[in-house]
Design a protein around this ligand. Structure first.
Ligand code: HEC
Ligand code: HEC
Length: 407
């Protein structure tokens, strides 16, 4: 009902505004009281659900946020961010209607308060479903050379990634398995919701909800989530490169940066005798995105149950690992098995599991996995440095928050 009546109102509005510009003649059959006096009437369903959160006449700025000049890597491809489509992405991201029983949204597992990750080891999906791996922070997903997504890079693009959780049996449930509907039923469901009619008409010129459009909008919203207000950025903006000491850093933070950035020097037994820790070989400053060529890092356990997983070759940006209080935003790695940054660093020191898909940079002599012979002070310095990579704005900026605040 909302759908057809709002379309009617819109149609009348278009007719009237087209004719009124030339003449004051009232079109026969139209009722004067239904004449929209403002865009508020055309977007009645958006107003009713989102109040002031979404104003079609004054959308939040997703498209031109700007970025520091030293941020170069970008996987946007052929889907540049626009305000109308990213706004639809925001609505979709927070909408529980995307799950088979209206109980789970993307945001249920990617929580704003934890840099769009989950504090739970594994996340709860629909009808008792539980994910196999730990959820991933969605910070600066755009700013990396790696254009494949998921821990194992099984999705060829962010666009293709975004509707996979919907079709996943345990996550949002539109799997077509065990008698459940598939994503076609979801498209029909969304097609009947008034605010999607208005939003899609606004962004695309017609009301049609398709999987390709959902992918475009969700990917734009995810790519829009950016965080460049860290202590690191303040320092990097004043320096001519990432290796130089930063004038706003403590001596310990600069030492941590040096250790992170500098490759180790090994003896013939893969035992470190000098240099740094080599983290930047894979988590590359200043984006701290993963090197697209990296293999696994020797963490091959599963999040749940016994067995091995050699397929993990992606990590999210190491930015925003901790919140504004310096507390980690949740467990780390695909297995969720690492609960603090010091443990993550220690892993690289001497706990790497050799395996067939291990990144060979972690096995410098080709036979033994590396031993970094870490000093406690080195671990503390790198922890202090990694904490400088965290910003503040991402947790409070309205454009990434739920638009359903009225409900
Ligand atoms: C039930 C929990 C759950 C829901 C719901 C969910 N996700 Fe995820 N998400 C995860 C988990 C777990 C992973 C990691 C899975 C893997 O890599 O195998 C993930 C990975 C991702 C990634 C990959 C990030 C990267 O850096 O590779 C993106 C992007 C993402 N989700 C977006 C979304 C969007 C968009 C939605 C809603 C349409 C959504 N997720 C719904 C749990 C969830
Ligand atoms: C050879 C490439 C490589 C090197 C070198 C490397 N890493 Fe990683 N790192 C990875 C991969 C791949 C993952 C994802 C592993 C997983 O989830 O199982 C990862 C994950 C992480 C994570 C968890 C990220 C998250 O959001 O869960 C942290 C923290 C981390 N690395 C820190 C470091 C530090 C500190 C160093 C240097 C001591 C380092 N890494 C060196 C490849 C590397």
């Amino acid at each position: 009902m909302i759908n057809s009546s709002s379309r009617l109102i819109f149609f009348v509005f278009v007719l009237l505004s087209a004719s009124c510009s030339k003449t004051d003649t009232v079109i026969p059959g139209t009722v004067k009281e239904e004449t929209p006096s403002s865009t508020a009437d055309v977007y009645a369903a958006i107003r009713a659900v989102f109040g002031n959160e979404i104003d079609p006449a004054n959308l939040a700025n997703y498209a031109n946020q700007g970025k520091p000049s030293y941020i170069i890597k970008d996987n946007t491809g052929s889907n540049p961010i626009t305000n109308p489509k990213a706004t639809i992405g925001r609505v979709l991201f927070y909408d529980k209607n995307l799950s088979i029983n209206n109980s789970i949204a993307c945001a249920s597992c990617h929580k704003l308060a934890f840099a769009f990750s989950d504090t739970a080891l594994v996340s709860n999906g629909v009808l008792g479903g539980v994910t196999d791996r730990h959820s991933i922070r969605l910070i600066n997903a755009r700013y990396g050379d790696e254009s494949k997504f998921f821990w194992d890079e099984r999705s060829v693009s962010l666009e293709k990634q975004t509707t996979q959780p919907i079709a996943n049996h345990v996550e949002m449930g539109y799997s077509g398995l065990s008698g459940r509907d598939n994503i076609t039923a979801l498209l029909a469901k969304l097609q009947k919701i008034g605010y999607y009619n208005e939003l899609f008409k606004f962004a695309y010129g017609d009301v049609s909800v398709t999987e390709a459009r959902m992918q475009e909008c969700l990917a734009q919203f995810v790519r829009s989530i950016q965080s460049f207000d860290s202590k690191y950025d303040a320092g990097r903006a004043l320096a001519s490169n990432s290796n130089q000491d930063f004038s706003n850093f403590t001596a310990i933070e600069n030492e941590g940066k040096r250790l992170f950035m500098t490759p180790p020097v090994f003896d013939a037994n893969s035992s470190r005798i000098g240099g740094g820790l080599g983290c930047n070989n894979c988590h590359r400053a200043p984006e701290f995105d993963i090197d697209p060529n990296s293999k696994n890092n020797g963490i091959i356990s599963l999040a749940r149950g016994a067995g091995q997983d050699l397929s993990i070759t992606r990590a999210p940006s190491l930015r925003d690992l901790v919140n504004t209080n310096g507390i980690v935003n949740g467990p780390m790695m695909h297995s969720g098995g690492v609960r603090d940054i010091a443990t993550a660093i220690s892993h690289y020191g001497g706990f790497i599991n050799d395996n067939a898909n291990l990144d060979q940079r972690l096995k410098p002599n080709g036979k033994n996995v590396q031993r970094l012979n870490l000093q406690q002070s080195e671990i503390a310095s790198v922890v202090a440095f990694i904490k400088t990579l965290s910003g503040k704005n991402v947790y409070t900026d309205k454009r990434w928050s739920s638009p359903f605040s009225l409900n």
